[in-house]
Design a binder for this molecule. Structure first.
Ligand SMILES: C[S@@+](CC[C@H](N)C(=O)[O-])C[C@H]1O[C@@H](n2cnc3c(N)ncnc32)[C@H](O)[C@@H]1O
Length: 289
């Protein structure tokens, strides 16, 4: 028996673009009266279609949220949340009632409570001679072969960008990761990416976008961290015609986490068909063009 849990992912969630746009483009204000639970809220009067304190669009958004949300305990009771692109959204009224207020907070649920945050500043370091590390990493990142519009799932501190810098068009690069610490390190190393690329603090599970990608990668074990959705299914869904995904799972998770010196979180089962690639097991997918 291994020391790590294997989780079977639920089915693919696809949110309507109108819902995501409404949630993301709304105007939010900070809830100054509840600083113990830092969050923001939007009300009807700030929505473009508002009339007499009502907004049809906000009302539609609330009903649509309820079709896709998940339940989590909150202060001894049940609360329904919709998690999208690093934010959790919720309303306070019973689920069959209308409301003119939507709350949101930066995601704090399990997947965002990252063991990588604390070690991000030393993630890139190694005790071994730099030349050996460089050769090894060049070999590790070369098969990613990023081209066109790139999605880097679990981008971490940006090692893919370090080693494939010349192949990546930063204006068409999207790096996502739930760890604020890893992303801060990335932005420190690559201020040009911070300015021109999209670096988003979100899990792959909560990532929603109308974009379709020519290359989707999850390097150096990142694919194993996606437990809340089938990574293969979701990657297929996000690939552009002719696109290619390269997903790396840990081969020996216990050894990998021992090496990184952090506690191992629950990891996803490695899908059939993945092939051994050094310390990892890699799966390549193509979408016919
Ligand atoms: C071993 S690191 C690999 C980082 C980077 N890909 C690399 O090549 O160095 C695994 C990364 O996956 C991220 N991660 C954890 N859960 C995730 C999730 N659900 N979706 C996307 N990334 C996740 C972690 O925060 C961490 O940065």
């Amino acid at each position: 028996m291994t020391t790590h849990e294997h989780l079977m992912p639920p089915t693919l969630r696809i949110l309507p673009e109108r819902l995501v746009n409404n949630l993301e483009r709304a105007r939010y204000q900070y809830a100054v009266r509840m600083q113990n639970i830092p969050h923001y809220y939007t009300v009807a009067k700030t929505w473009a279609d508002h009339k007499d304190g009502m907004s049809e669009e906000l009302m539609w958004t609330v009903w649509e949220m309820r079709k896709h949300d998940v339940m989590r305990p909150f202060m001894g009771r049940e609360q329904h949340y919709l998690d999208v692109n690093g934010f959790s959204y919720w309303t306070m009224v019973p689920r069959d009632e209308e409301t003119m207020l939507i709350n949101r907070q930066y995601c704090t649920h399990g997947a965002y409570d990252s063991p990588f945050d604390a070690m991000a500043h030393q993630y890139d370091d190694s005790d071994r001679p730099w030349r050996a590390v460089k050769d090894e990493r060049e070999a590790l990142y070369a098969p990613a072969a990023p081209s066109g519009r790139v999605l880097d799932v679990g981008c971490g501190t940006g090692l893919l960008v370090d080693y494939c810098y010349l192949q990546i068009d930063r204006e068409r690069y999207v790096g996502i990761d739930p760890s604020a610490g890893m992303l801060a390190r990335f932005a420190l190393k690559h201020p040009d990416y911070k300015a021109e690329a999209t670096l988003l603090r979100t899990t792959f599970e909560d990532y929603e976008t109308p974009l379709r990608f020519d290359t989707i990668v999850a390097m150096a074990g990142s694919a194993s961290h996606v437990t809340g959705v089938g990574i293969v299914e979701k990657a297929r869904h996000l690939l552009a015609p002719g696109g290619r995904a390269y997903l790396m799972f840990y081969r020996d998770p216990a050894a990998a986490f021992e090496r990184m010196g952090i506690e191992m979180p629950p990891l996803a089962e490695t899908p059939e068909g993945a092939e051994r690639d050094g310390d990892y097991v890699a799966l390549e997918l193509a979408r016919d063009g």
